[in-house]
Design a protein around this ligand. Sequence first.
Ligand code: GLC
Ligand code: CA
Length: 546
Amino acid sequence: MSDPTAPTSRPYPAWLEDAVFYEIYPQTFYDANGDGIGDLPGISAKLDYLQSLGVDALWLNPCFVSPFEDAGYDVSDYYQVAPRYGTNADLEALFAEARGRGIRVFLDLVPGHTSWQHPWFKASARHERNEYSDWFIWTDRVWAPAEGMRAITGLSERDGGFIINFFACQPALNYGFANPEPGHPWQQPVDAPGPRAVRQAMKDVMRFWLDRGAAGFRVDMAGSLVKQDPGRRETARLWREMRAWLDAEYPDAVLIAEWGKPSESLPAGFHMDFLLHFAQAGYTSLFRKGGDDGQWDGRYGWSFFDRSGHGNIREFLDEYLRDYATAQGRGLICIPSGNHDMGQRLAEGRETADLLCAWVFLLTMPGVPFIYYGDEIGMRTVHGLPSKEGGYQRTGARTPMQWDNALPNAGFSTAAADALYLPIHPDAARPTVADQINDRGSLLNRVRSLIALRKAHPALAASAEFRPLYAEAGKLPFVYERRTHDGSERILVALNPSAAAVTADVPGEPGPLAETLYGADAAITAHDRGWQVHLPAVSAAIYRVA
Ligand code: GLC
Ligand code: CA
């Protein structure tokens, strides 16, 4: 037992300090049984690879029974692995095998809605009142307006419409309303019996998987549970209750929010929250300012990581520094390389040198970096695909992992090419793990080295300090310092994504440069007020200051 009176200066488990996460889209990672779709034994089969990359944790997108009208974010049984991915025993085996290699496995918890095929929803749609009548949000008449929410009507024998969170197939579970409107009794308070039962049901789901070896959860749409909740105060109260329960019964469990607002999610009890393309314009400005349809022609403005050099780091930094300030002492901010919802992969429109610059940034910032599968080898978006399982513009960034040069499926599956879940990227020169793994200078091996570097240096730890030193609107380079709280280690990171060499006088607390950790080509000299930095085109550098 830990001492309850001990100071808890770190509100998350210590292993997160140097952790790197890896997101796996189970459909397209590796198909072990040759039916054309990725599966859990396929993930187990690739643990050597993941271990050699140096990642500490995996986040699996939902792998539960589902009609897959939103790729599994429409769960119809929270307690059963979808047969297409394997069995519950396969998932437990993955937990154990991964853990044996020091890798924790996180599941995706979808608490906000079920599939409309879930038995809970089917029961709630019946005319007779039953145990599940109040588990979803139903208006009280088919003709009644839904007060700014989206209701689906005409599909049930029950008179009323059900509120949805995303697609029509995703009815919102009932966590109640923060401010139920007078005269609308169907808007129940958060502590009504239905909402209390739903809360308990989600705890039961978490308990079930934690007991079997899950390390925690990435929580889908975590901020949207309680309806009409200004400032998300009631939703935050709900999560604080969940966190108190976890701290008491599962103190090692970690909660990661898909919320995109650390100032709300971390005080609500989440250990970590993501920067997200739909929540933070600043995050989008780093890599995807061209828009999700990928127009890198300046029409929408330029990303910071762009050869034109027209990007503006302040767009990211001003917003990030606000989030960063509110996260202090509360939790961690995760900056992802991409995810299954971003229709453009990081490598879109970028060459290896550009990607290296981006990876130096991603792997030296505070918080916990997240690698979207395949980004470590520079996988690109496949354009023009029809929507798969509700993917729409997200589909092209969900294609199979490119393992080797085997035809026709790049080592992903032995099924016929037309039987694959999604096609392999059609470019014959597509990057693969096999090509890169034995090439010391490959993107894969550079990413691997950067992960190792992060782990070797306390100044790069999740909570080590971050100080921008040179971050001028519309100018380059971008230079920042990371340092341990006691100043025992200091590291400078300098980035120049542009096609032109840049030079800048960087103010800072001077100190002799002890070691070049990355990017030997760059020149940096110390003077009495800081450093002069000269970076060649499309380059990055990391230095240790003594
Ligand atoms: C989240 C998921 C996304 C899903 C949606 C609805 O944003 O990341 O893939 O479609 O929630 O569950
Ligand atoms: Ca399979």
